[in-house]
Design a protein around this ligand. Structure first.
Ligand SMILES: N[C@@H](CCC(=O)N[C@@H](CS)C(=O)NCC(=O)O)C(=O)O
Length: 267
């Protein structure tokens, strides 16, 4: 039987995209061969072109206008399916390496702590990362689109943009990225990473002493790399640093990063 085609919409400046892409890269073999998938990745420029605000994306892929999201023509895959965690959980039912038997609860616990959510959004910017200032552009861009005559005359698209706008209004980004909020977010992140540290073996291997990475590793590694990218490697306890270094040396992680330049953790 031919593998199921899926399309993953992602952005190279999106942490949630890296979480999902790394999860899919380490998924291993499915329990049932007919659940095998082939992945086509489609980049969504959420930075300059703001393609997540396009009529196609909002109406056909993700009404929240966020990446990652997945679509598939297969009746066996709910489509479209946004959200890195929802997509991870779907594939974890079919690819046992993502949640090996006996470890489901511990892996879910880590995923839940990250997506509860930890305030990783607040800590994802700064330090000259390419995604700096991206979120500040969203609200004005949506308002500008809503002013356009052709958008006003297109009820479906206009309503989709109004829905998207409602997700961005009422948040003062200057306060959100301000010193007090960052301090609090760092405190929570440090606590989480200390918890991760306790679950790591001392020198090699993956969370909970597993021999291959699980979905928990995929999301934690992507998160930790991003913290390093924005100059917050000081939040990582010693064992977590070594673990991230090992992960970024793997073929799967390098495949996710492609040729993208990034300042990663140094040792
Ligand atoms: N909980 C979601 C978060 C998705 C999310 O916030 N994506 C950001 C990039 S990391 C985005 O698409 N932002 C563009 C926008 O809001 O317009 C997930 O894990 O997939």
């Amino acid at each position: 039987m031919a593998p199921i085609p899926v399309t993953v919409y992602y952005s190279p400046v999106s942490l949630a995209s890296y979480m999902l892409q790394y999860t899919l890269a380490i998924r291993g073999a499915p329990t049932n061969p007919e659940d095998e998938i082939t992945i086509e990745e489609k980049e969504v420029d959420i930075h300059f072109k703001l393609e997540q605000l396009s009529e196609f994306y909002l109406l056909n892929v993700n009404p929240k206008g966020k990446v990652p999201a997945l679509t598939s023509p297969s009746p066996n895959i709910p489509s479209p399916l946004p959200d890195s965690l929802a997509i991870t959980n779907l594939f974890a039912q079919r690819f046992p390496a993502l949640k090996p038997p006996g470890y489901e609860a511990q892996i879910d616990d880590i995923l839940h702590r990250i997506h509860a959510p930890l305030p990783y959004f607040i800590l994802s910017f700064g330090g000259g990362h390419p995604a700096d200032h991206v979120p500040k552009g969203f609200e004005p861009a949506i308002r500008a689109l809503l002013e356009k005559g052709e958008v006003q005359g297109n009820g479906g698209y206009r309503r989709a943009l109004e829905g998207k706008l409602s997700l961005h209004t009422g948040t003062d980004l200057n306060t959100l990225f301000g010193p007090e909020s960052v301090r609090q977010a760092e405190k929570e992140m440090r606590r989480f990473l200390e918890y991760v540290d306790e679950k790591l073996p001392s020198t090699e291997g993956w969370l909970f002493g597993l021999e291959r990475p699980s979905a928990a590793d995929a999301h934690v590694v992507a998160l930790a790399v991003r913290l390093c990218d924005v100059g917050r490697e000081g939040l990582l306890p010693e064992k977590v640093r070594g673990y991230v270094e090992r992960a970024r040396g793997t073929e799967e992680w390098r495949g996710v990063m492609g040729g993208l330049e990034t300042t990663m953790c140094q040792g």
